[in-house]
Design a binder for this molecule. Structure first.
Ligand code: CA
Ligand code: CA
Ligand code: CA
Ligand code: CA
Length: 337
């Protein structure tokens, strides 16, 4: 089809637009390269060399009947500047370039608007508007870090998750973004608010979470974690945030990270089998099961005895930290980092 063939070509030629004559009049610097049914194909404010290429491809006289078919009706009616869903991408860009939904501001449902995934690469490196992305800022005390092997195991687990996307294979791209490594820690980092600084997870969240308004999750890696005052525990998690101790082996730390991230997604201890030894590892096949923790990395898929599809929850219904853009307008601004 004319529209498909030509628009795909347009995607690799910046500034080439299929445009209404009245819109054309408003643009200051352009070159007309073809005319079809009163519409014009132009190159606006572009490099001279590219204009030469365009003119060579579409010589004077416009597009011939043998090279293209008439444009499809929906292409003709595709307004160039309209952004129906207010996500910062025009309907034209969504249909012709990014293949996102022009009437849906977050096509892949990961909480980050389509336009922000495309434009805000400083905040969302390697984001894909057609695949779920989850971003985690990781702070640490005592110069602790998550080992590369630990990060690799975690990202591999998410990458192969049974979670569908608008385009491409199943899975989630989990982006672990290390930030501070040398924060102070005043004894154990507790799950509950305590007087004083650097002694509970909320202190770190309030004072050191740089990306807190950008839809990120937050994890603190520290030498001693406590749950409600009990330092027997090695991790704690609640919607949006978690703290863990690095354990002796890569697999153990990865499993603990997955468990506390599960809590940060909203898989709470009130659910049957979570944070309990009630079920054997094969009865409840989830890292949220104390009898499976340290033996596996993933969440349940609903096929075990408990029958709860935790991956579906993570994919479709997880707690999502808010994305706040300047003037509450992610169509024109990016969250601060
Ligand atoms: Ca849009
Ligand atoms: Ca959209
Ligand atoms: Ca998105
Ligand atoms: Ca995405």
């Amino acid at each position: 089809m004319w529209s498909k063939k030509l628009f795909n070509w347009f995607a690799v030629m910046p500034y080439v637009l299929y445009i209404d004559t009245d819109i054309l009049e408003a643009s200051l610097d352009h070159s007309v390269i073809a005319r079809v049914d009163g519409r014009q194909l132009v190159r606006v404010a572009s490099a001279a060399v590219a204009v030469v290429v365009v003119v060579a491809l579409f010589p004077a006289g416009g597009v011939t009947a043998t090279s293209v078919s008439p444009p499809a009706a929906d292409a003709i009616d595709m307004p160039l500047t309209t952004d129906t869903d207010g996500d910062g991408l025009t309907d034209y860009q969504e249909r012709a370039v990014y293949e996102t939904a022009p009437n849906q501001s977050d096509t892949d449902g990961d909480g980050i608007p389509d336009g922000a995934e495309v434009r805000c690469s400083a905040v969302y490196p390697d984001a894909d508007p057609l695949r779920q992305d989850i971003y985690v800022e990781v702070d640490a005390s005592d110069n602790l870090t998550l080992a590369n092997d630990t990060v690799a195991e975690i990202t591999r687990t998410f990458d192969s998750a049974p979670v569908s996307n608008p385009h491409g294979p199943d899975g989630i791209d989990l982006h672990i973004v290390p930030n501070d490594t040398d924060l102070a820690a005043d004894g154990a980092v507790d799950s509950t608010v305590r007087d004083g600084d650097h002694n509970d997870i909320h202190d770190y969240y309030d004072d050191h979470f740089d990306r807190r308004d950008a839809g990120y999750y937050y994890v603190v890696v520290t030498s001693e974690v406590a749950f409600e005052g009990d330092s027997y525990y090695v991790g704690t998690g609640e919607p949006g945030m978690a703290a863990i101790e690095p354990l002796a082996e890569t697999e153990l730390t990865a499993s603990l990270f997955m468990h506390e991230m599960g809590h940060s997604f909203g898989i709470g201890p009130d659910l049957d089998g979570v944070d309990a030894n009630r079920y054997d590892a094969d009865e409840y096949e989830s890292v949220m099961n104390y009898n499976a923790l340290y033996e596996r990395l993933g969440y349940s898929d609903g096929t075990d005895e408990v029958g709860r599809d935790e991956w579906a929850h993570v994919g479709d219904d997880r707690y999502q930290p808010s994305v706040d853009c300047p003037d509450d307008d992610c169509a024109t601004g990016c969250p601060a980092v």
